[in-house]
Design a protein around this ligand. Structure first.
Ligand SMILES: NC(=O)c1ccc[n+]([C@@H]2O[C@H](COP(=O)([O-])OP(=O)(O)OC[C@H]3O[C@@H](n4cnc5c(N)ncnc54)[C@H](O)[C@@H]3O)[C@@H](O)[C@H]2O)c1
Ligand SMILES: NC(=O)c1ccc[n+]([C@@H]2O[C@H](COP(=O)([O-])OP(=O)(O)OC[C@H]3O[C@@H](n4cnc5c(N)ncnc54)[C@H](O)[C@@H]3O)[C@@H](O)[C@H]2O)c1
Lengths: 208, 208
């Protein structure tokens, strides 16, 4: 299993390689120094990360850009498209549902669940907002594996429970709650409030 | 200087203590085991974290909840209110601007900057959207220290440069770009795409 830091950097290497692949007169190879310079990591870090892929660059020549890109995509599970269920048709949910950035990576929000009668039945960019009571049925039928939680913190844990019961295997949680999920369920949480409090801590510490 | 992990957990301890302070018939003290149980960290982790505050609990009795809460608030720089500038009046910017969760913590978005003529001059919940060319003037006049970047990735670095030139000391970046800032500027970045790719990596790795 690949270390977390390496996995996070894989996304950044991939973006860099993607840009290079989109250039005219594009070069065939890149060295670890060049990839490090582009992504602002040391060549040693890049080499160590890429060795996890079994990708061994050639001395002086470096790595083949197209091969490296394909390998990273495969490792990140991006050689396939993923349908995503979103729970919470609020302000944050709306931003996430219509965001093209996820779609470009192969993550397509295909359904939104909410329990607010005034929102159920509406559509954003063709994505329907459905009643949460249809969650098990829709998730099972469409075989959706990934869900994003964007409901208020009081509803987050029961939403996670319901998603997992419906067959979801991976959750991105945006509610400021610590979720408890079975070991085999993949979970990533983002808490913007913690980040802001990091900043106020640093400013207060340095009396800024 | 306090370790990053400890600072992140401080926010979670604070939330737990806040809930206890809001209870009727509230108790006066909490032990590290109880605080650990509530926040799902080991008592040893809790004790080590709180020792960074110079807070020494009493054996058997634990820590005084009100004192611990005040001390953590002070360390996190939350004993004062912070005015926040937001750049990018898009879908994500809108969600952030009207989010009450930040306000409750003392982070108040007081101005939004954008360069889209069709958005400039509008208001969301009383917060005005202003032309980015007024950024230096407004930030200096209001002495704003914290900014949130919610512009497209191509605009993120120049937005950061402009904010810093205007007097911003701390940035929360939500654009999928690695920003370069001077050492004394506090920076936190959130990249939701990386989180989704973490999930697809884990699902692919375990063939889920
Ligand atoms: N808006 C932000 O900028 C921001 C920033 C950080 C964190 N968050 C977190 O993201 C989450 C969503 O924030 P928001 O601003 O969109 O809130 P919101 O109030 O605008 O939207 C929440 C939505 O969830 C729905 N909902 C509530 N309970 C539900 C349930 N049990 N099942 C299904 N749907 C349910 C509501 O009907 C509503 O549509 C919250 O947990 C919030 O704390 C938001
Ligand atoms: N929407 C999401 O769910 C989501 C998720 C992850 C990351 N992001 C990132 O957050 C950022 C904002 O996303 P969004 O969906 O709100 O995009 P958006 O296109 O809806 O909004 C971007 C806004 O920034 C403004 N802008 C562009 N260049 C500017 C400049 N130089 N100065 C000031 N304003 C400028 C635009 O006029 C627009 O109002 C993007 O970097 C995006 O990649 C968004």
């Amino acid at each position: 299993s690949i270390p977390q830091g390496t996995i996070d950097r894989m996304t950044l290497y991939k973006r860099c390689l993607e840009n290079l692949l989109n250039e005219d007169n594009r070069r065939q190879c890149i060295t670890s120094s060049e990839l490090g310079k582009e992504t602002r990591f040391s060549p040693a870090t890049v080499r160590r990360d890429l060795s996890c892929l079994g990708q061994l660059g050639q001395r002086k020549v470096g790595y083949r850009i197209d091969e490296l890109y394909d390998t990273i995509n495969k490792i990140l599970g991006l050689d396939k498209a993923w349908e995503v269920a979103l729970v919470g048709a609020g302000n944050l949910g709306k931003a996430l549902a219509v965001y093209q950035g996820f779609k470009k990576l192969g993550f397509k929000v295909v359904v939104i669940f909410d329990n607010d009668k005034s929102k159920i039945g509406k559509s954003w960019k063709g994505i329907k907002i459905r009643d949460t009571r249809y969650m098990p049925e829709v998730i099972k039928r469409k075989k959706i594996k990934i869900a994003i939680i964007a409901v208020p913190f009081v509803a987050a844990q029961k939403t996670a429970d319901m998603l997992i019961k419906s067959g979801i295997k991976a959750i991105l949680n945006l509610a400021p709650s610590r979720l408890t999920v079975p070991d085999k369920i993949k979970l990533r949480s983002v808490d913007l409030a913690v980040k802001l409090e990091n900043l106020s801590y640093l400013l207060a510490r340095d009396k800024m």
